[in-house]
Design a protein around this ligand. Sequence first.
Ligand code: PHE
Length: 448
Amino acid sequence: MSGKRMGFATRLGAIAATVGSAVGLGNIWRFPYEAGQNGGGAFIIVYIACVALLGIPVMLSEFIIGRSTHSNMKGALRQLAPKSKVYNMAYVCIIGAVMVLSFYSVVCGWVVEYICQAVSGSLHGHTPQEYSQIFSDFVGSPVKMIVLTLIFLGINFAVLLKGIQKGIERVSAIMMPLLFLLLIVFCINSLLLPNAHKGLAFLFYPDFSALTWRGVVDAFGQAFMSLSLGVACLVTYASYFSDETSLTKDAVVIASLDTLVAILAGIMIFPAVFSFGMEPQAGPKLVFEVLPAVFQQMTGGYVWAILFFVLLFFASLTSTISLSEIFIAFLVEEHQFSRQRAIWISAGIVGSLSVLCALSFNVLKSFTVFGMNIFDLFNYLSSNVFMLLGGLFTAVFVGWFIDRRVIVEQLTNRGRLSVPVMNYLMFCLRYVAPVAVVFIFLQLVGII
Ligand code: PHE
């Protein structure tokens, strides 16, 4: 994607690739367990507010930076603010991206394992409680965890070595709608389970007493993770957008689709959680324990399970590819590495860090920092510190520092579109974002 830059061929291609980056484990694996741990309905309200007040504005800022410069994050910041050292903020984004990729690929390894189990039939015919045991046994095995994580990363970097654009665009254009349809089928199935209404009540009834300040920060972090913000991913993608694309419309479409998929995932999971008497606060293992039990209930469950995990695999792959490109594009464009060399370096660094994350479920279980094992630490730090800081920096940069004419030019496509949201956007970027940074900082250091 770097070097000789190719643009996205069509507006639909650009949207499909960006939705491909946004929709992934963040929506289907992370959103339900974050909502489960933070009181369900109240979390969702805060989450949607974050998407509207910060998510869409920050997405637009990344689009503006990327499309006005046609460059990677560091190069873009250098072009837009030539006299300052602000381009160093690009490193926060890159470290964030590497961190996300390191723990994310471990979960992708779980998806690979569940595809194998689904195909072999061993995912079939158990009680909900037995699925808990299957998951614990699996993550308890260091060899299995490392091998599966590395297999996934191997596939990821192999696709990148082949040159990705066309393949990935085409794959996401087919897989994403299929995944969407499948989610709807599973939602209907979950809604027909006994006690489904309890799950729906949990998901949509806002019990604010169950939401802590930490939960509020988690909702911000989750919104940034799910929309692929704060790690310069969308800066890179927007540098390939055509000048005809309406950035505002695209941002609203992408954010809405992404949020819809997350909420559908919630509707698929929580009725089943309550119906099978499982624990909504189960954390990262939630989806992997609940879904196999859901497939059990369905006629043709064997096929549904395979189909679901295969589609989840592709949704994850389109996300990890966009995550990997950030570091690769940076190495190629800023350090003049060949693309191949840049891919090997990234694979080495991400591979080593992901092994540490994989081991934190078994061998390194008792090694904790701030009370979290390495996997949890990476998961927490990347979304709640790096992505938030990166995203909010982007907002403040566009809100306060770059020439307003650049913003107007990008949003109106040089005067051809009218953009009624300009004042709203500037308000969010200039005021809401800095207030949010202060709030998050106070929460992180324990003052709130
Ligand atoms: N948005 C992706 C998901 O929800 C993860 C991601 C984060 C992808 C940052 C790219 C950049 O799974």
